[in-house]
Design a protein around this ligand. Structure first.
Ligand code: CTP
Ligand code: CA
Length: 225
C-alpha cells in the first residue's frame, strides 16, 4: 500500500526485525526447529517499509519472498541470528523480535550423520541459546525494543513478565492456543503492553495487523523521543 508523506511516521528511522524459526543442527542432515512461518515478521517488514522506515530483516529459513525495498539477512541457528543482529544493531532506532528462536540447541553437533543403534532410547543434551531480544535491550544505547510473546495460556501474565524481565519497551502477545491465529495462520490478534499502558488489536489479517502494530510502535517511539 502507498501512504501520503504525513502518514509515514517511520520516515528517517532505521528498523531491524527478526522473523521465522531458527534451526539447531544435530548433525549434517538433521535439526530441531518449530512451526513458525515467518508471515508476521515479513508482514511487519512490509508495513514498516510502507510507513517510511529503512528496514533490515534478519530471517530464519522460510519460504517467503523478500518484501520490496527491504534488506534481508538470512540465518539458520539462534547463534547466527544473534550475531547478525548484534553486528547491525548499533545504528538502529527500532528493533522488533518476531522470530520464534529455539530456546535450546544440541550441545554437540555431530560432524557425521548420527547412526541408529541397538538401544530403544536416545538422549540428546541441549544447551541454552542466547536471548537475542534481551541482549539488544541490555545495550547501553538500546533501540526502542519490541518483543513478541506466543502463549497458550495466561497470556497477559506471561507477557508482562517478559516485558519486565527482558527490559523491553513494548511486547505484543499472541494467543496461539487456537488454530485460527498465530504461527501458521494468515490471521492474528495481539494484546500489546508497554510500561504503563496496553492496547488490544483484534483478529485481523497479518498485513492489517502489522500496520496497526507499527502505528502504535511509531506513536510510542515519538512519545519517548
Ligand atoms: N527471543 C529471542 N531470543 C531467544 C528467545 C526468544 O530474541 N533466544 C525473543 C522472541 O523473538 C520474542 C521474545 O523473545 O520476541 C519472547 O519469546 P518467548 O519464546 O515467548 O520467550 P522466552 O523468554 O523464550 O520464554 P518461553 O519460551 O519460556 O515462554
Ligand atoms: Ca522461547
Amino acid at each position: 500500500r502507498h501512504f501520503a508523506p504525513k502518514a509515514r511516521p517511520l520516515t528517517g528511522l532505521k528498523l531491524m526485525l527478526t522473523a521465522g524459526p531458527t534451526r539447531e543442527a544435530l548433525d549434517p542432515v538433521r535439526y530441531i526447529s518449530n512451526h513458525s512461518s515467518g508471515k508476521m515478521g515479513f508482514a511487519l517488514a512490509t508495513a514498516a517499509r510502507a510507513l517510511g522506515a529503512e528496514v533490515t530483516l534478519v530471517s530464519g529459513p522460510v519460504t517467503l519472498a523478500t518484501p520490496t525495498g527491504v534488506r534481508r539477512v538470512n540465518v539458520e541457528s539462534a547463534q547466527d541470528m544473534h550475531d547478525a543482529v548484534m553486528a547491525g544493531i548499533g545504528e538502529q532506532h527500532i528493533f522488533i523480535a518476531c522470530a520464534a528462536v529455539a530456546d535450546y540447541a544440541p550441545k554437540v553437533v555431530a560432524s557425521h550423520k548420527i547412526k541408529k543403534t541397538q538401544a530403544d532410547n536416545m538422549v540428546v543434551e541441549l544447551t541454552k541459546n542466547p536471548d537475542i531480544v534481551a541482549s539488544v535491550a541490555s545495550l547501553q544505547h538500546k533501540p526502542f525494543t519490541v518483543g513478541f510473546a506466543a502463549e497458550t495460556r495466561d497470556v497477559e501474565k506471561y507477557a508482562l513478565d517478559k516485558l519486565k524481565r527482558k527490559n523491553l519497551d513494548m511486547i505484543a502477545a499472541n494467543d496461539v492456543s487456537g488454530s485460527d491465529r498465530g504461527f501458521n495462520s494468515d490471521q492474528n490478534a495481539l494484546s500489546v503492553f508497554w510500561p504503563g499502558g496496553q492496547h488490544h488489536l483484534p483478529l485481523a489479517g497479518k498485513a492489517e495487523l502489522a500496520e496497526q502494530l507499527l502505528t502504535l510502535i511509531a506513536k510510542r517511539y515519538h512519545d519517548l523521543h
